[in-house]
Design a protein around this ligand. Structure first.
Ligand code: ATP
Ligand code: MG
Length: 302
């Protein structure tokens, strides 16, 4: 759906915000772009959407060159910007009408109604934007981006400042759009959102794409699990026959913790059989899996 190659952006002050970015976004996927503040996420999205002029490189959207076939490319896109850019004197409803009109498409009240209901904004449809809360304005940005029925939707931190319950609602909207075949590129600092939604994850740092990978395989490859073994009786120390890498005794000496890589050679079977031969019995077992968040923090720190 999107092909980016050799993309560079140096701002007028000489700052290199994007360095030789190559990236392909597949049709129908949800791609989460993660990275710390100032990594270049907004610059990348703004460049794809034609708001920022690239210094070099090429971008195609649905096969259309984002400069040469600007109109065709732009028609496919919906953008939910990070900054709230709305005319505060317009109503929610007229914001929707103008946005659709901008693309030369026919007014479609039934479409606006559906979108506003999905985003819990229906009762605000006649409010002026200035009479909305911050979280509501953010949802209006999403509503506006959808009036064009985009094939590709860019969401630049869509849930920043949105309360927990409404955030749930927004995630449901995103899932619904994906079901209808919309390609979605999302940036977020709430990594659990990426974990829940994304098919693939890209990590950007200092203007460079560091990694692009299927979320599942990333979590498998980088993730570790911890097995917690609650002992029937306290032990003073780890007997030498069960000592191994990744195994430790808790401070209260009531349980063992064993951390291992997710995959075939976890070593659990041999640990449990060694426990048995050391005559250590246990009451209960628990496992915990590392989250995408921990993986992300480790990667960025590297
Ligand atoms: N117009 C500009 N002129 C000069 N430098 C800019 C401009 N816009 C952004 N930058 C710089 O480019 C870098 C990337 O900014 P960008 O907004 O793309 O980051 P981001 O990854 O979206 O960060 P955040 O998570 O805070 O939204 C930053 O160092 C920023 O200061
Ligand atoms: Mg940004």
């Amino acid at each position: 759906m999107i092909k980016i190659s050799g993309l560079n952006k140096t701002y007028d002050n000489g700052f290199e915000a994007l360095k030789n970015v190559d990236l392909e976004i597949k049709e129908g996927e949800i791609f989460a772009l993660l990275g710390p503040n100032g990594a270049g996420k907004t610059t990348l999205i703004s460049t794809i959407c034609g708001l920022v002029e690239p210094t070099s490189g090429t971008i195609t959207i649905g096969g259309y060159d984002h400069k040469r076939d600007y109109r065709k490319a732009r028609e496919l896109i919906g953008l939910v910007p990070q900054e709230i850019m709305l005319d505060i004197f317009e109503t929610v409803w007229s914001t929707m009408q103008y946005a659709r009109g901008f693309f030369g498409k026919k007014d479609d009240p039934a479409l606006y109604e559906q979108i506003l209901k999905d985003l819990s904004l229906w009762d605000k449809k006649d409010n002026k934007i200035q009479a909305l809360s911050g979280g509501m304005k953010r949802r209006v940005l999403i509503a506006r981006a959808l009036t064009n029925e985009p094939k590709v939707l860019f969401l630049d931190e869509p849930t920043a400042g949105v309360d927990v319950e409404l955030r749930r609602g927004m995630l449901e909207v995103v899932k619904k759009l994906k079901e209808r075949g919309t390609t979605i590129i999302l940036t977020t600092h709430y990594i659990e959102e990426a974990e829940e939604l994304a098919d693939r994850v890209g990590i950007i740092s200092e203007g460079e794409i560091k990694l692009v990978e299927e979320k599942e395989s990333l979590m498998k490859r980088m993730g570790s699990k911890t097995l917690k073994i609650n002992l029937a009786e306290k032990i003073d120390s780890l007997p030498s026959q069960i000592e191994r890498e990744g195994l430790s005794l808790s401070d209260d000496r009531n349980s063992l913790e064993y951390s291992y890589k997710i995959g075939a050679n976890s070593g659990i079977t041999s640990l449990l059989s060694d426990l048995k031969s050391a005559n250590i019995s246990f009451e209960d077992l628990d496992t915990e899996q590392s989250s995408l968040e921990e993986i992300f923090v480790n990667l960025v720190n590297e």
